[in-house]
Design a protein. Structure first.
Length: 256
């Protein structure tokens, strides 16, 4: 029996890609620490962070470097968190053996001391974190992770409360501007950012999103019907349509 646990995080089932989540790609993350308390804590932090920033992920936890190496194959994980001080094969040696088989996966060291920080450079570590790991530390890791570029994952990248968030485009219902801030409305929450609407529009898919008003952008996939002067969403939220281009905007929706 293999000594690890894994948890599938279906982060946003109500906003699945067309065709549903079947066949969708989930980020593969491994956490390795011989302290059960530290292992559980970091896994929970990752679950909560991924859920908060809409990253679909599958997390595997390992109680030793040896167990991780037994289960490891090239391409298996996109991101691995490694404690340095472990019994048996320590984190540095585990990282070296991983690098011999896989040059692409991102490695992050997690420890109580910076004593081995320089060793991380020899295995091209993505980051070096001090315990206990915070959300802001995870935000920095994920912002650097090559596997999570917005272009690859069809994400909108924004800064909210000084944290970089990557939001799947299908999860966004509409965006509104109010009092110099943009509010991104998803089914589960509203995210506030001080990025300009013009800058946000540059990241949106022009096939699905339309700026229907000076202060509003709507995801046409979220529109239930069209009224005289508004788009109407499934929950009866009304999104205004600017009068000057009303006919063109309505035609765009009808041809969608």
């Amino acid at each position: 029996m293999r000594n690890y646990q894994n948890t599938n995080l279906y982060i946003y089932p109500k906003h699945a890609p067309r065709g549903g989540w079947k066949g969708a790609v989930f980020m593969q993350i491994a956490v390795c620490d011989d302290s059960q308390c530290a292992l559980s804590y970091l896994a929970q932090q990752l679950k909560e962070y991924c859920r908060a920033v809409f990253i679909p992920a599958e997390i595997f936890t390992y109680a030793s470097g040896d167990l991780l190496l037994q289960d490891f194959t090239a391409g298996r994980f996109e991101l691995i968190f490694l404690d340095i001080y472990m019994k048996g094969t320590d984190g540095i040696e585990t990282a070296r053996q991983i690098r011999e088989r896989d040059a692409a996966c991102s490695l992050v060291f997690v420890t109580m001391s910076r004593a081995h920080a320089l060793a991380g450079f020899s295995v091209n570590a993505l980051h070096y974190l001090l315990k206990p790991v915070s959300f802001s530390q995870l935000a920095e890791v994920f912002s650097r992770c090559p596997a999570l570029t917005p272009a690859k994952k069809q994400m909108l990248q924004v800064i909210s409360d000084r944290i970089s968030l990557q939001i799947p485009l299908p999860s966004i219902r509409y965006i509104e501007v109010y009092d110099k801030a943009c509010f991104l409305h998803t089914e589960n929450q509203t995210i506030k950012t001080y990025m300009s609407l013009d800058d946000i529009m540059k990241q949106l898919d022009g096939d699905f999103f339309i700026r229907c008003h000076r202060s509003y952008v709507v995801n046409l996939q979220a529109v239930s019907r069209i009224a005289a002067d508004d788009f109407v969403l499934a929950d009866e939220t009304h999104i205004p349509i600017r009068q000057a281009e009303k006919q063109q905007i309505k035609k765009r929706y009808m041809n969608f």
